[in-house]
Design a protein around this ligand. Structure first.
Ligand code: ITT
Length: 182
């Protein structure tokens, strides 16, 4: 069954896979899914966390894989939650973030996609600038209801073209260029 897949996305998060699948389909890459909780090392570098996750994923599944590590970096609180985005979402959540912010609402979302196979370990970064909304807007997963990309008045949760401009799209686009010419 797995034969038709070019490579596998390893993550505990279905939403991330579903978006990555749509994006890579549009770029001509057929992405399978292994649902798994990967080792998440303590580090303030998304790149280091991503490399550890990718090594862990490849050692578990022994097939070409990609993993993703994301961070929402908010300027006025020194880049918090950054590498702790997953933990912060599960604890204080979007309402907790909104309660921390005043006037300066600038933020950026970063995605690191790391590819690993027997001979390669390669990372690709996508960064999207934007701001945090004043209230929750729209229905979406994770930080989608509070993140407004630059040049938009809508949050990710209210947009219908998130996958054409997101941090994830930018990282996967760079990855696809490399992967298809590898
Ligand atoms: P893995 O198993 O792949 O690690 P995860 O959900 O723990 O899944 P991350 O460590 O990359 O993933 O955590 C980043 C968090 O940031 C994630 O849990 C979401 O809450 C949030 N996030 C990442 N990308 C997002 C997006 O496109 N929209 C909304 N929230 C996002």
């Amino acid at each position: 069954m797995h034969k038709s897949f070019d490579l596998f996305f390893v993550s505990s998060n279905n939403h991330k896979y579903q978006e990555a699948k749509i994006i890579l389909d549009s770029l001509g890459i057929n992405l399978g899914f292994f649902k798994s909780n990967l080792e998440e090392i303590q580090s303030n570098s998304l790149h280091n966390i991503a490399m550890a996750k990718a090594r862990d994923a490849f050692s578990k599944f022994k097939k070409p894989i990609i993993i993703e590590d994301d961070g929402l970096f908010i300027d006025s609180i020194d880049g918090f939650p950054g590498p702790y985005s997953s933990y912060v979402f599960k604890t204080i959540g979007n309402k907790g973030i909104l309660n921390l912010l005043k006037n300066n609402r600038k933020a950026n979302f970063i995605s690191i996609i790391t590819y690993c196979d027997k001979t390669n370990l390669q990372s690709f970064e996508g960064k999207l600038n934007g701001k945090i909304s004043k209230t929750l807007k729209g229905k979406g997963w994770g930080y989608d209801p509070i993140f407004i990309p630059n040049n938009s008045v809508k949050t990710f949760a209210e947009m219908n073209n998130k996958n054409e401009l997101s941090h994830r799209f930018k990282a996967l686009k760079k990855f696809s260029k490399w992967y298809l010419h590898k």
